[in-house]
Design a protein around this ligand. Structure first.
Ligand code: FRU
Length: 502
């Protein structure tokens, strides 16, 4: 039977998915590795954020999801809504594989985006993947009147063909409105596959009704610099510029890239004027942005990544506890004075702060100084270092300290580099060390660190550093420790235990 036109099949698949997830959630609820304030699913697998949108007074977050097991398979769309991007209500899965376009176990409803139609309908646009059949990859849509229950369009697929020079990899539609048209940005591997001979790029389609799409062309391409396939491209205006972000496959140097420049929708062509990394950590992938009230451009991203997932086969320690995958903290994007993309954690995070523990100007040196950190796995730390004229070359900040374990942040002022050293973080469960260029203007350096059960996210806004990393330590001692290679730097320290909200 042709399941494409039978909405009851989709409804049945969604009910099955919800029931299976509820059963698994009993196991996941008791997981000692649960995050306290980083978004995670009730149970099962999570990867990319999808369909991020502010709709009917709520932030909506959809995500790549396997509700049946904490491993990647048969992609569904999970769904949650929030008033503050921190306290999320888990809603029933929004999309499930249910027809011949998407019902392959190695396929499903892959990543995509959401738009609100003039009549307030919420539309999800996604890639349907069915690797085993004649139509392996198509772009499809689903609609909802209430923002919770979605039916797949009878007209699917809305983009059925692969364009010239794209043999197989075409996915992750990001739809945006510009002037009188809808535009769809798709990630692709040009001239070959992502695994063989391909070059990453972004394609543009145009439509006036969201149903009929015209291929306009390749508007940005890697040319060997940024990987073989661009996953989850995003295109959005920021200040008086356009920003393109994407996650390149098989690109050792980068997992989340941004370009800032001009966008010519007619040509179509993106003219880059600056580029860089959205995040310097090991775990930040598939960023997707949306417009929040007040004109804020918010980005969500998966706090992990494919190329460096060291446990590709077992999916890591949390998978043994019924879940796998979480989101990095929501971030606000802006352009800084140099015209580069900069990020800061959303201000709403301050509402989670409990009474702080502070240390006013504390001088430290080669001897270790301990500073109190009562809740090492659920806190925000702020360290303001005064560097004026000292001889210090390296400052070491040790976190999540336990017997034989610690995660170290090295502020190497001499080499102008920040090193995130997790070689002793957890006995080898996490991935490699990470580095970021560190620019100090001499006077003060303000480091913000967000610790959750299994993640450390740090920000130095003045140096344009954002870094998202996972670690799997045991229970940590209630302090952090500082020392320097020489000199006597000073620090002003605040530790806010945070209220858990997940
Ligand atoms: C990125 C990605 C997307 C794809 C999805 C499948 O992490 O590979 O390109 O749509 O995940 O889950």
């Amino acid at each position: 039977m042709n399941t494409l036109f039978d909405p009851t099949v989709h409804r049945r698949q969604l009910s099955r998915a919800a029931a299976a997830r509820a059963a698994l959630a009993i196991h996941a609820a008791a997981s000692p590795l649960r995050q306290h304030y980083h978004f995670m699913p009730p149970a099962g697998w999570l990867n990319d954020p999808n369909g991020c949108i502010y709709y009917n007074g709520m932030h909506h977050l959809f995500y790549q999801h396997n509700p049946y097991a904490p491993t990647w398979a048969a992609m569904h769309w999970g769904h949650a809504a929030s008033r503050d991007m921190l306290h999320w209500e888990h809603l029933p899965p929004a999309l499930a594989p249910s027809n011949e376009l998407d019902d392959d176990p190695r396929g499903g409803c892959f990543s995509g985006s959401a738009v609100q139609l003039p009549n307030s309908t919420l539309a999800l646009i996604y890639t349907a993947v069915n690797g085993s059949k004649a139509n392996p990859v198509t772009q499809c849509a689903a609609l909802s009147k209430d923002g919770t229950h979605f039916h797949k369009l009878m007209q699917n697929p809305i983009v059925a063909q692969l364009p010239p020079n794209v043999p197989c990899d075409l996915r992750d539609p990001k739809v945006l409105r510009q002037g009188k048209f809808w535009y769809m940005v798709l990630g692709a591997s040009l001239g070959g596959s992502a695994r063989q001979g391909g070059d990453g790029g972004a394609l543009l389609y145009r439509s006036s009704d969201l149903l009929n799409w015209e291929f306009r062309g390749v508007f940005a391409q890697s040319h060997g610099r940024f990987g073989t396939m661009w996953e989850c491209p995003d295109l959005f205006p920021l200040g008086n510029k356009w920003v393109l972000t994407f996650s390149p496959m098989l690109c050792k140097a980068a997992a989340a890239v941004y370009w800032v420049g001009e966008m010519d929708f007619e040509a179509p062509r993106f003219i880059p004027q600056a580029d860089g990394l959205l995040d310097f950590g090991g775990e930040y992938y598939a960023s997707q942005s949306y417009l929040a009230p007040g004109g804020r451009r918010i980005a969500m991203a998966w706090q992990n990544g494919w190329d460096w997932m060291p446990w590709w086969k077992s999916f890591g320690p949390t998978a043994q506890q019924g879940w796998c995958g979480c989101m990095a903290l929501p971030r606000e994007l802006y352009l800084d004075a140099a015209g580069c993309l900069a990020v800061k954690p959303i201000t709403e995070l301050e509402t989670l702060r409990l009474s702080p523990v502070c240390a006013e100007q504390t001088v430290f040196g080669t001897q270790e100084v301990r500073l109190p950190c009562p809740t090492p796995s659920c806190c925000e730390l702020e360290l303001c270092f005064s560097l004026n004229g000292g001889t210090t070359r390296r400052i070491m900040v040790d976190l999540r300290i336990a017997q034989g374990q610690c995660t170290r942040i090295v502020l190497d002022l001499e080499a102008e580099e920040l090193l995130f050293d997790r070689s002793r973080a957890d006995g080898g469960l996490c991935n490699a060390n990470r580095r970021a260029p560190l620019h100090t203007s001499g006077g003060e350096l303000r480091l913000r660190v967000f610790c959750d059960t299994i993640s450390v996210e740090l920000f130095i806004e003045e140096s344009r550093i954002a870094m998202s990393n996972l670690i799997y330590p045991g229970e940590s001692f209630p302090y952090i420790s500082l020392h320097a290679d020489q000199g006597q730097p000073q620090v002003r320290y605040t530790c806010w235990p945070l209220r858990a909200c997940m």
